[in-house]
Design a protein around this ligand. Structure first.
Ligand code: CA
Length: 320
C-alpha cells in the first residue's frame, strides 16, 4: 500500500512537545510551522467550568502552582486544575515537564525546565490560533481534542464530555468546517456521546492494557469483533504503538481495523524515547507509513515524521 501525499496525518502530540514545553501556544505554532497536519489538545475543566488545554488533571509537573498557591493542594498532594479558575491558571508560569518527583526534566535533553515565558491557555485560544494560522497560510490544519478522565470529571461535578462536544459543535457552526477528531481512552464515554446524538468524528484510544481502561462492552478492542463494535460509533482508533508494531513487525492490527472501516492513528513517536527494539526513528516511520499503512501518527517531533513521510513518497513515486 502506498500512502498518498499528506498521509499518514502528522498529529502533533501536545504540539511540537519534543522541542518546546507541551501544550503551550509556542509549541503549537512550532508544530504548525513544521508541517503538522493536526494539533492535539488534551482538555480538562477548570473551577469556573472553562476548558483548558492540559495533559494532567493536576498542575505541578508543568507549572509553578506549588510555589504560587502552597495551600491549595488536595490531600493527595496534587494541585488540580479543577480547583482553579481559568484566570488563575493563565497566571501560572509554565515549564518543560518535570519528573514525578519534580526535581528533574521528564525528558532530559528537551527544552530546559523553568526557562522562557510560557503560559497555559483555554481551548478557545488554541482554536483561534489554529483558525488564524489556517487563514494566513491557506492550509487546513485540524484539531484533535481529548476528553481527559470523563468519569473523574463527572465525580468532580462537571460533564466534560458533553461540554467539550457541545463546544466543538458550536465552534464548527459559528466558524465553519475544520478537520476534527474527538478522542478518549474511556470507551463508555464515546458510546455515551454517540447515543446522545453527537456526530463528531470520534477516535477510541486504546492503551497498553485495554482491560484496565473501562468497559469495552465484552469485546477485546484489538480483535476484529471488538473493532467492529467500535466502528459503529468511531471513525478511528488511537492504539498504543506497540499494538501496531512489535519486534520490528506489523502486528496485523491496522489491516483488521481497515477491514471494518476504522482509520488507525497510533501514539506516540518520540525520537528520544523509541519503542523497544527500534534504533532508527525515520526507518520506523517509513515502515509505519509504507508497509503497515497507518492513517495518522501522534508524534512529539512533527518535523521528523514530515521528513520521513516525504522520503517514503520520493522512494515510491507517490509524490510524482
Ligand atoms: Ca492526549
Amino acid at each position: 500500500m502506498v500512502s498518498p501525499p499528506g498521509r499518514p496525518l502528522v498529529i502533533a502530540h501536545r504540539g511540537a512537545s519534543g522541542y518546546l514545553p507541551e501544550h503551550t501556544q509556542q509549541a503549537k505554532a512550532l508544530a504548525y510551522g513544521q508541517g503538522a497536519d493536526v494539533l492535539e489538545q488534551d482538555v480538562v475543566a477548570t473551577r469556573d467550568g472553562r476548558l483548558v488545554v492540559l495533559h494532567d488533571l493536576f498542575l505541578e509537573r508543568v507549572s509553578d502552582v506549588a510555589r504560587r498557591y502552597p495551600g491549595r493542594a488536595r490531600a493527595d498532594g496534587h494541585w488540580y486544575a479543577r480547583d482553579f479558575t481559568l484566570a488563575e491558571l493563565r497566571g501560572l508560569a509554565v515549564t518543560e515537564r518535570l519528573s514525578a518527583a519534580g526535581d528533574a526534566a521528564a525528558f532530559p535533553g528537551r527544552f530546559p525546565p523553568w526557562q522562557g515565558e510560557f503560559r497555559l491557555h483555554a481551548l478557545e485560544d488554541e482554536l483561534a490560533l489554529l483558525r488564524g494560522l489556517n487563514a494566513t497560510t491557506g492550509r487546513e490544519v485540524g484539531a484533535y481534542p481529548e476528553i481527559k478522565c470523563p468519569a473523574w470529571h463527572r465525580e468532580a461535578g462537571i460533564d466534560l464530555g458533553v461540554l467539550l462536544a457541545e463546544t466543538l459543535e458550536a465552534e464548527l457552526a459559528a466558524r465553519g468546517p475544520l478537520p476534527l477528531w474527538l478522542q478518549c481512552f474511556d470507551p463508555a464515554e464515546l458510546r455515551r456521546l454517540h447515543a446522545q446524538g453527537f456526530r463528531l468524528p470520534m477516535t477510541q484510544l486504546i492503551g497498553r492494557v485495554p482491560a484496565e481502561q473501562g468497559d469495552w462492552a465484552g469485546q477485546d478492542p484489538l480483535s476484529t469483533a471488538g473493532l467492529a463494535v467500535l466502528a459503529r460509533h468511531c471513525s478511528a482508533i488511537g492504539p498504543w504503538l506497540g499494538h501496531v508494531w512489535r519486534d520490528g513487525r506489523d502486528t496485523g492490527l491496522v489491516a483488521r481495523a481497515h477491514e471494518v472501516g476504522l482509520a488507525v492513528h497510533p501514539w506516540t513517536l518520540r525520537r528520544d524515547r523509541l519503542p523497544e527494539g527500534c534504533q532508527d526513528a525515520e526507518a520506523l516511520v517509513a515502515q509505519l507509513c509504507h508497509d503497515i499503512g497507518v492513517d495518522g501518527l501522534f508524534t512529539d517531533h512533527p518535523d521528523l515524521v514530515v521528513r520521513a513521510r516525504a522520503r517514503v513518497g520520493e522512494r515510491t513515486g507517490a509524490l510524482d
